[in-house]
Structures are given as C-alpha cells and as structure tokens.
Design a protein around this ligand. Structure first.
Ligand code: NAD
Ligand code: UDP
Length: 328
C-alpha cells in the first residue's frame, strides 16, 4: 500500500486529492493548518482507517513517522484576496514550506509533486501560455508574493532534482473550480455564485475584458494524478483551454443561476492578468490527458454544491479572519 502525504489537505484541491488517493487504495496522511482551508472538506475521511490527519504549519519542520512513497505539496493560499491579506505566510509556504517538504522527500526517498500555477506566467505577453514561456511577473507588485513564491518553489524543486537526484514533478495549475471552494475566498466563481444566491449584483472587476479559462476539478485531479505517475520532471500545464472574458462569464452565471441581479463594475486589481489560456499540447502528448467536463456541466455541478450550503454559510462574514495566524 503506497503511503502519500498531501499538504493543504483541508483545502479545495487538497481534499479532492485525498479522496482520489484513498479511492485507489493508498494510505493518505493529510496535513493542513486551516489558514484558508476548512475541516468540513475532509470530515468524511476522519473515520477512514486509511486516512490520518496532522494539523501542522508546513513552514515549520515537518516530521512524519514511517515511510512515504509520494508527497503532494498543495499547501498555499490560492485566492488573490487571501494572499493579499496574508502575504508573508504566502511567501513562507511557497519557500520555507517547499524547502521542508523537499527535505522530507529526500529523507524518505519519496517522489514529490509540487503545485505551481499559471501565475508564474504573470500578465502574459505570449498567448496561449506554453511551458517554455518564462513569464511577465511584477516582482514588487501585490501579487508578487504569490507569483514569486511559486517561481522560487519551481527553482528549488529543480535544484533538488538536479543536485540530490530527487524524483520531482511540477504541475502548473490554471484556474480550477468545483465543489469545496470556499464561498467567500474571493475567486471569481464562488464570488459570482455567492452574489447570485444572496441576491446581490455581480461584481466584475475592470471592464471585464480580461479572460480566464476554467478547468473542472475532476479533470484537474486526473491530470495531476497522471503527472505524478509519469517520469517527467519539468513543469506541465494542466487546465482547460476554453477561454472566456469575465464579462461574458458573468452573463453565463446570471443565466445559470436565474438571478434577476445585474453586473456592476469595480476597479481592476493591480497586476490582474489580462488574458490566460493554457497550451496543453505537452499534457496531451505526455499524459494522454485532456479535460472532459465542459464549462456548462462543471458550472451546474458547482452551483448545485453552493446551493446546498446552509444559510449561515451563505451569509457568513465576507472575509475570513486571519488574525490568529498572523505573527505565529
Ligand atoms: P485552498 O486555499 O482551498 O487550499 C490551500 C490549503 O493549504 C488550505 O487548506 C490551507 O489551510 C492550507 N495551507 C496554507 N498554508 C499552509 C501552511 N503553511 N501549512 C499547512 N497548510 C497550509 O486553495 P486551492 O485552490 O485548493 O489550492 C491548492 C494549491 O493549488 C495551492 O498551492 C495553489 O497555489 C495551487 N493552485 C490552485 C489553483 C486553483 O485554481 N484552484 C490554481 C493554481 C494553483
Ligand atoms: N473577478 C471579478 N469579480 C470578482 C472576482 C474576480 O471580476 O468578484 C475577476 C478578477 O479580476 C480576475 C478574474 O475574475 O480578472 C479571475 O479572478 P480570480 O480571483 O478567480 O483568479 P485569478 O485568475 O485572477 O487568480
């Protein structure tokens, strides 16, 4: 039985990864400090004898008893609003946290996959973005804390691969959505759906001409799983190339949710990328992977999840209180 450590286990992607590895017969150790995650995402796993949970901040030394075959490092704030509010923690989890997990992988002779992001391309000057594009990142802008932490994460991972011969994998994840996203994490899909469900207008930032390409979580998890089992150590884009402007996307959500609300415009955040679409040629060739769930189906499933939230969850304060994590 393979033993797998998943960091960020109580988050959106981490919790789906825990399910996936348990479903294929692995023993899963989930680790999280709950800074942006929610125990609710993994509640269903606590009674499973193949699951163990360790509450821990991965920027501190990570100690695991026994062997490990795989480590998937997914701990990191992922929503722009989250990482703008906890910039130092974001930098630390991408740098110190990654260093700790690489050290653990080396000690255990485990294969490690790290969660990188399309944000390493910054506000891209090349479209669509393929893995050989080096990116256009503002190092000192507010988003730089996330982008540069992830770029450092890729560099230190390749250094461990080259210097220590560690088995490493790097996935560059493009905007992924689905059940278990935090309703109030500020990302566009939960934001629009929460607004529709509360009967509020949908807030489009800027003029809405910026684009994104949204990947359903099941497709993303399949791509990550295949990459882990592949023998390719360089970064691979995983995402859905079907691109849409945020303005058109708001209209799609208005139709889907049947809300009578309208779109209102707010300021575009600094350094918000104007276009984003993954070139997935490499993933197709290498992993024989491509997304299967189209946006209409994925959005229906996601909306059904958000509709199932309690009234209390729906109206819970718009922003998570991070105060207990600051200066820890
Ligand atoms: P999320 O916020 O739902 O999950 C992140 C999890 O990491 C949370 O449970 C949080 O509590 C935990 N965490 C953060 N810092 C920690 C620390 N120091 N120690 C232990 N746990 C910590 O976000 P997500 O969307 O699930 O993203 C997961 C990973 O995937 C992140 O690394 C993110 O950068 C990457 N990613 C996600 C997307 C996406 O569209 N969802 C896109 C690109 C990259
Ligand atoms: N956005 C928006 N309204 C919102 C939240 C986000 O118009 O209420 C926009 C945001 O400016 C960006 C896009 O939607 O252009 C995607 O934002 P998200 O935070 O989901 O992720 P990003 O791709 O920017 O990391």
């Amino acid at each position: 039985m393979k033993r797998v450590l998943i960091t960020g286990a109580a988050g959106f992607l981490g919790s789906h990864l825990c399910d996936r590895f348990i479903n294929v017969g692995c023993y899963v150790i989930g680790m999280d400090n709950f800074i942006t995650g929610d125990r609710k995402n993994i509640n269903h796993l606590f009674d499973n004898s193949n699951f163990q949970f360790i509450e821990h901040d991965v920027t501190e030394f990570v100690k695991i008893e026994g062997d490990l075959d795989y480590i998937l490092h997914f701990a990191s704030p992922a929503s722009p609003i989250d990482y703008l509010k906890i910039p130092i923690q974001t930098l630390k989890v991408g740098s110190l946290g990654t260093h700790n997990l690489l050290g653990l992988a080396k000690a255990k002779k485990a294969r490690i996959l790290i969660a990188s992001t399309s944000e390493v391309y910054g506000d891209p000057l090349v479209h669509p973005q393929s893995e050989d594009y080096y990116g256009n990142v503002n190092t000192i802008g507010p988003r730089g804390v996330y982008d540069e932490a992830k770029r450092f994460q890729e560099s230190i991972t390749m250094a461990y691969h080259r210097f220590h011969g560690l088995e490493t994998r790097i996935v560059r994840i493009f905007n992924t959505y689905g059940p278990r996203m935090r309703l109030n994490d500020g990302r566009v899909i939960p934001a629009f759906m929460g607004q529709a469900l509360r009967g509020e207008d949908l807030t489009v930032f800027g003029d809405g001409s910026q684009t994104r390409s949204f990947c359903y979580v099941d497709d993303q998890i399949e791509g990550i799983y295949r990459l882990l089992l592949s023998d390719y150590q360089y970064p691979v884009n995983i995402g859905n190339p079907h691109e849409i402007s945020i303005r058109d996307f708001a209209d799609e959500i208005i139709k889907l949710t049947e809300t009578s609300q309208k779109v209102v415009y707010e300021d575009l955040p600094i350094d918000d990328p104007m276009q984003r679409q993954p070139d997935i040629t490499l993933a197709k060739k290498l992993l024989n992977w491509e997304p299967k769930v189209d946006r209409a189906e994925g959005m229906r499933k996601t909306f059904n999840y958000f509709k199932g939230l309690t009234r209390e969850e729906l109206y819970k304060s718009e922003h998570k209180d991070f105060s207990s994590y600051i200066n820890k």
